[in-house]
Design a binder for this molecule. Structure first.
Ligand SMILES: [Zn+2]
Ligand SMILES: [Zn+2]
Length: 109
């Protein structure tokens, strides 16, 4: 179990914590409670993730979870990313991924 715990910690430390919603551009600072991420760390605001995408990531088809908030003291050593990622998805792409996955539970996708 030690190995798994270490792997999980590394994964957590490696989160980039992107500064904005990749779809609408909304600012999502590292302490935002409005940020959602998929398993690949595609980052969206809650509105885009829940309302527009209906919990289907338009890039990978996975679900979203609230992004964990890194404590201030850890940000000094492991700062959040300042690199803006903006990759607006077309309605066709959003609809295509929703059609494929929205009725399937995330754990069964
Ligand atoms: Zn958004
Ligand atoms: Zn994704």
């Amino acid at each position: 179990m030690g190995g798994l715990l270490v792997s999980l910690l590394k994964l957590y430390i490696m989160l980039e914590i992107r500064p904005n919603c990749e779809h609408c551009g909304k600012s999502l600072p590292s302490n935002s409670t409005d940020a959602m991420i998929c398993s690949f760390e595609c980052t969206y605001c809650t509105y885009c993730a829940a309302v527009l995408f209906e919990n289907v990531c338009p890039s990978c088809g996975g679900d979203f979870q609230p992004r964990p908030i890194r404590p201030k003291v850890m940000l000094k050593k492991y700062p959040s990313s300042t690199k803006e990622v903006l990759d607006r998805k077309t309605q066709e792409k959003v609809d295509e991924m929703k059609a494929k996955y929205v009725t399937i539970k995330p754990e069964e996708r």
